[in-house]
Design a protein around this ligand. Structure first.
Ligand SMILES: C[S@@+](CC[C@H](N)C(=O)[O-])C[C@H]1O[C@@H](n2cnc3c(N)ncnc32)[C@H](O)[C@@H]1O
Length: 322
């Protein structure tokens, strides 16, 4: 991994700004099965980075924002000076109405703070506040940031990380005393409380295959339930976990949950193929057509209101000792 000034780094030359040009190694995107994938450390991350996926990520953030009532975070952050968002995606962070960029929201909310947001893909906008910097970076490589952070945020990285304890250790080392780590992740698993999803449904088959394929790459897809334990084990203090139920289709009677579910349902219709195409073809050896047939069944199951599917959003936050 590179640091903020390392000229040999992936982003030393390619910090995303309108005054520097992007190094070709980070923008020579890979195309496969009609989708576009990242080029820096190609093959590392399973989901596409094309416009379709970017819109899905924005939609997922919309769902998350609805669940949190528009809040930016759960950790008790006060006047942070340096903030790091790992695997930032489109850079959107907790914006309810798509009117602002989320990492920008954080930069706007804490104008005195320096915000750094990293990702394998340089897909973030260039029109950003001066206190926000996007960088192409692999969070699994050795971190060499020059200064420590008050707050590190990791959002929806299930399936992306091979060694979570090491990642949390690097977070701990790169936080100031008293600084906060906040990890958010939707479970990559649809549950029901009434066993309404048949074992032989396409949805059930899909989630087992996805979990299996990701495990074969050495990365746990459904990491949400494990996060709190790993954050505690890493040595963080005052570790809290908030868990929110999120229906996957609009079956609930409750108006608010039904509305959240409508957006989550749309998200999942897109997420299923985005998460599956590379893993199923590269790792499980499926043909693209086989994936598409299973996706047809998954979509049908997501429209079936007899299946009372939901997932859980885990938000875990802990503090480095002062
Ligand atoms: C599902 S998206 C989540 C985006 C955003 N954090 C969110 O909460 O919606 C996962 C992001 O992590 C990035 N990513 C995956 N592996 C990574 C790595 N090793 N280092 C940095 N970013 C990575 C991907 O490129 C992708 O943009």
């Amino acid at each position: 991994m590179a640091n903020e000034t390392d000229a040999d780094s992936a982003y030393g030359d390619s910090i995303i700004s309108d005054t520097t040009s992007l190094n070709s190694s980070v923008i020579n995107y890979q195309y496969e099965n009609g989708r576009r994938y990242h080029s820096y450390k190609a093959g590392k991350y399973f989901a596409p980075n094309d416009q379709q996926e970017q819109e899905r990520l924005d939609l997922l953030h919309h769902v998350q924002s609805m669940i949190l009532g528009g809040e930016l975070h759960r950790a008790p952050i006060e006047s942070p000076q340096r903030i790091l968002d790992i695997g930032t995606g489109t850079g959107i962070w907790q914006d309810l109405k798509f009117t602002k960029i989320k990492a920008i929201d954080v930069a706007d909310k804490f104008p005195e703070a320096e915000v750094i947001a990293t990702d394998l893909s340089p897909i973030q906008p260039t029109w950003v506040p001066p206190n926000l910097q996007f960088m192409v970076d692999d969070c699994e490589a050795e971190w060499t940031f020059q200064d420590k952070f008050d707050w590190i945020r990791i959002g929806n990285m299930g399936g992306s990380i091979g060694d979570w304890p090491r990642l949390f250790q690097q977070c701990l080392e790169n936080l100031k005393p008293g600084g906060w780590l906040e990890v958010m992740d939707f479970e990559a698993w649809g549950s029901t409380d009434d066993n309404s999803l048949p074992d032989d449904s396409s949805y059930n088959r899909w989630q087992h295959e996805l979990s299996n394929a990701s495990a074969l790459t050495g990365r746990v897809m459904n990491v949400g339930p494990q996060i709190k334990g790993m954050v505690v084990d890493a040595g963080f203090q005052d570790v809290n976990e908030d868990i929110y139920k999120c229906p996957l289709s609009p079956w609930p009677k409750d108006k608010r949950l039904k509305e959240i579910a409508m957006y989550m349902n749309l998200n999942l219709m897109e997420a299923a193929p985005a998460y599956s195409l590379a893993l199923f073809t590269r790792v499980l050896g499926w043909q693209k057509e086989e994936v598409e047939i299973l996706m047809g069944g998954v979509r049908a199951d997501l429209k079936n209101m007899k299946y009372h599917l939901y997932t859980k959003l885990h938000i875990v936050y802990g503090r480095k000792a002062s």
